[in-house]
Write a protein that binds this ligand. Structure first.
Ligand code: FHN
Length: 468
């Protein structure tokens, strides 16, 4: 028979455990709060592959995976690495481009699958400061520019692929599918733990201690063990408890989910981000001319936010350190759109539904509807610029976002007379009165002719009298 004292002790221990779990959960939520409000960031893919620019020995069609697809021997790839010299690199210019676009954070590739460190890595001499004539540390300069301009700074790190290291086996999409089997043919001899101890832990430690990132963005964690993911996450938390880690640290130890080259198809609970290219590739590819329109890019941002997520939009700077005009012009236009409409994006939450998609009838009868966007084969993002509606909310206010709307009238089926009594409706960026008619079908909102924009994405802010 358990004594009263033992039972009291057990209940106390249980309560302490419950309280500490709640504390940990709260601390994770607190450190994610800025990220959940930020909604929009810049992804930068920049490495030796940028110098190769998609063309190797006269053959085109490559991208940041060129070392793998062209089976470039390490000794040859190192020769290219030595020539990297981004003389036009200007960290503040990059950060200003992001900030002016309305982006709140930047994540840069500090080591992609090629294994080359784009920063001063004391633990690995295969890095830009040590090996090239550039001699400067671009990651240091970017982190300092971010701090100066109040943009959060994040580091991307390729965890389960490193084509410069002899001990990185892979299993995607099959055994050795993403390994360096041309320099290191014996896949079974590769010991991930040696790479993990020799390169991963020292480089993550130096990245955090040298640059104090607020995000560690891991990639391709395919063969990392649960214990290693846990050890890596604990190492980061120990070095900086405020640093957030994406789910690609592996085995469920991340702080937030990642989608890639696609949007969610529903409201996704928890904290998440989708990363999407502005053109066809992540890294700079000379022949890449397939850029998404600004209308499409804003549509992708709105779609992610309406489902509770962030958009990490990618640019691939040139080997000289320039963000291309095609990127900069779109970033400026996105920033201009956000100057008018940002209250419908930042610090918002999903509404009861994420939106209303164009029904096929309405879709077919669109006058002057823009032809399908010809997107890159590599992208999973929707191929069309579709006229539809997305919702975001802030407190009791509702934002109705009519995307790619080319008709005079917007029908919001979710706002039927018998469900909501509206106190006010206004079109962001337009001072005049908005005409609307509430019916049992939904609410018809007229877009004033004077308010028609070249980028037809309109935000109506609705305040409610009271919900019935
Ligand atoms: O193979 C990489 C790819 O090059 C790029 O870095 C993307 C970005 O999320 N991640 C991997 C593909 O999932």
């Amino acid at each position: 028979m358990m004594t009263k004292r033992v039972m009291t002790l057990m209940v106390t221990v249980l309560l302490i455990n419950l309280f500490s779990v709640k504390l940990i959960a709260n601390s994770v939520n607190n450190k994610l709060a800025w990220f959940q409000d930020a909604k929009f960031g810049m992804f930068i893919h920049w490495g030796v592959y940028s110098k190769i620019a998609g063309e190797w020995k006269g053959k085109e069609g490559y991208n940041e995976h060129v070392m793998l697809y062209a089976k470039i021997p390490i000794v040859e790839y190192e020769k290219v690495a030595k020539t990297l010299n981004p003389v036009d690199f200007n960290a503040e210019a990059w950060v200003l481009a992001a900030k002016n676009a309305g982006m709140k954070y930047i994540v840069i590739t500090t080591k992609h699958h090629e294994g080359f460190a784009m920063y001063n890595s004391p633990s690995s001499p295969y890095n830009i400061v040590n090996l090239t004539d550039f001699k400067r540390d671009p990651v240091k300069e970017l982190s300092e520019a971010c701090r100066k301009l109040d943009v959060k700074f994040g580091v991307y790190y390729s965890l389960g692929r490193d084509w410069h290291d002899p001990d990185v086996p892979t299993n995607w999409p099959k055994k050795a599918g993403r390994s360096n089997f041309w320099d290191y043919p014996n896949e079974d001899a590769k010991d991930f733990s040696k790479y993990f101890e020799r390169k991963v832990k020292p480089q993550i430690t130096e990245l955090i201690t040298q640059y104090k990132p607020t995000i560690v963005w891991f990639d391709t964690p395919e063969l990392i063990s649960k214990a290693q993911s846990k050890e890596l996450k604990e190492l980061i938390v120990k070095l900086d408890p405020q640093c957030i880690v994406n789910e690609r640290v592996g085995n469920g130890f991340g702080d937030y989910k990642v989608l890639e080259q696609k949007g969610g198809d529903k409201i996704i609970p928890g904290t998440w981000e989708t990363c999407i290219t502005m053109s066809r590739n992540w890294g700079y590819v000379k022949a890449d001319t397939v850029y998404k329109s600004t209308e499409k890019l804003i549509g992708l941002l709105i779609d992610a936010v309406s489902k509770g997520g962030n958009l990490l939009l990618n640019v691939g700077p040139t080997p000289e350190g320039i963000i291309k005009t095609e990127n900069l012009s779109r970033l400026t236009e996105i920033g201009n759109w956000l100057k008018t409409n940002s209250e419908a994006v930042y610090s918002t939450k999903p509404w009861k539904v994420f939106g209303e998609n164009a029904d096929s009838a309405a879709y077919q009868t669109q006058q002057g509807f823009k032809a399908d966007e010809k997107d890159a084969v590599f992208d999973g993002t929707p191929k069309d610029v579709v006229q539809d509606i997305r919702f975001t909310s802030k407190g009791s206010d509702l934002y109705v976002i009519a995307r790619s709307w080319r008709q005079k009238e917007v029908l919001v089926k979710s706002l039927k007379t018998n469900e909501f009594k509206m106190k006010s409706v206004r079109l962001l960026g337009y001072k005049g009165k908005i005409k609307l008619k509430q019916t049992a079908l939904g609410t018809f909102i007229t877009i004033p002719q004077k308010a028609v924009k070249s980028i037809p994405i309109y935000v109506f802010k609705i305040k409610f009298d009271s919900k019935k």
